[in-house]
Write a protein that binds this ligand. Structure first.
Ligand SMILES: Nc1nc2c(ncn2[C@@H]2O[C@H](COP(=O)(O)OP(=O)(O)OP(=O)(O)O)[C@@H](O)[C@H]2O)c(=O)[nH]1
Ligand SMILES: [Zn+2]
Length: 214
């Protein structure tokens, strides 16, 4: 029978760790400051923040930032504390984990899919937890490369895995709705650790499982 183990004591709120897919606690933001900043933006672009349609917009935007940047105060490692003892020498892959994040250069969304594979070292993790890690890491202003690296490091460290591969494919609004305007352009990043770095065959197996049918 599988034994449940915890690498390190869970934080105080781990028992209340989000259980539904979008239940990350909203960030505690300075709502008044955000409201006044949004009002300033509206004035700066020549809008009338006091017209009826915009009256509630500063408050909505403040609440929106609290939600989309909630990862700034969520420790994704929380989701990797509970593991199960299980011998499984081959790769475990969860693919097509949809996410939305925010590019730190323009504060515009980038969104797509994350694929996470790891080689267990006697311990496996609940599959949903990998998706929760993606969600928590995604909700920050960042670049795709750092998001990819962060997820790889988290899984490698907390599962003490023999290897980790993370591939993220995303579309960046800052490249589609403004600037160079190239709708359809996809950015693919990967971060490999341990066995995925050392073994071209392991890496190739992951890529084939992720992209084989495309
Ligand atoms: N490497 C990387 N670049 C990103 C990411 N998100 C946005 N960018 C890019 O960040 C760059 C910022 O370039 P800058 O020249 O400082 O800003 P800009 O003048 O608005 O650039 P343009 O988008 O080319 O108009 C742009 O090339 C974006 O495409 C990301 O996740 N990773
Ligand atoms: Zn951008």
């Amino acid at each position: 029978m599988s034994k449940i183990s915890r690498h390190t004591p869970p934080p105080d709120d781990a028992d209340e760790a989000p259980r539904s897919s979008n239940a990350i606690t909203p960030l505690k933001v300075d709502h008044a400051r955000l409201r006044s900043a949004v009002r300033e933006i509206l004035l700066a672009v020549g809008e009338d923040p006091d017209r009826e349609g915009l009256l509630e917009t500063p408050d909505r935007v403040a609440r929106m930032y609290a939600e989309v940047f909630a990862g700034l105060q969520t420790d994704p490692a929380v989701y990797l504390q509970k593991t199960f003892t299980q011998k499984h020498d081959e790769m475990v892959l969860v693919k097509d984990i949809e996410f939305a994040s925010c590019c730190e250069h323009h504060l515009l969304p980038f969104f797509g899919k994350a694929h996470i594979a790891y080689l267990p070292n006697g311990q496996i993790v609940g599959l949903s937890k990998l998706a929760r890690v993606v969600d928590a890491v995604a909700r920050r202003p960042q670049v795709q490369e750092r998001m990819t690296e962060n997820i790889a490091d988290l899984v490698m460290t907390h599962l003490k895995a023999r290897g980790v591969g993370v591939v993220i494919e995303a579309s960046h609004s800052c490249m589609t709705i403004r600037g160079v305007r190239k709708p359809g352009a996809m950015t693919i990043t990967s971060s490999m650790r341990g066995g995925f770095l050392d073994s071209p065959a392991t890496r190739a197996e992951m890529m084939s499982l992720v992209f084989g049918g495309k």
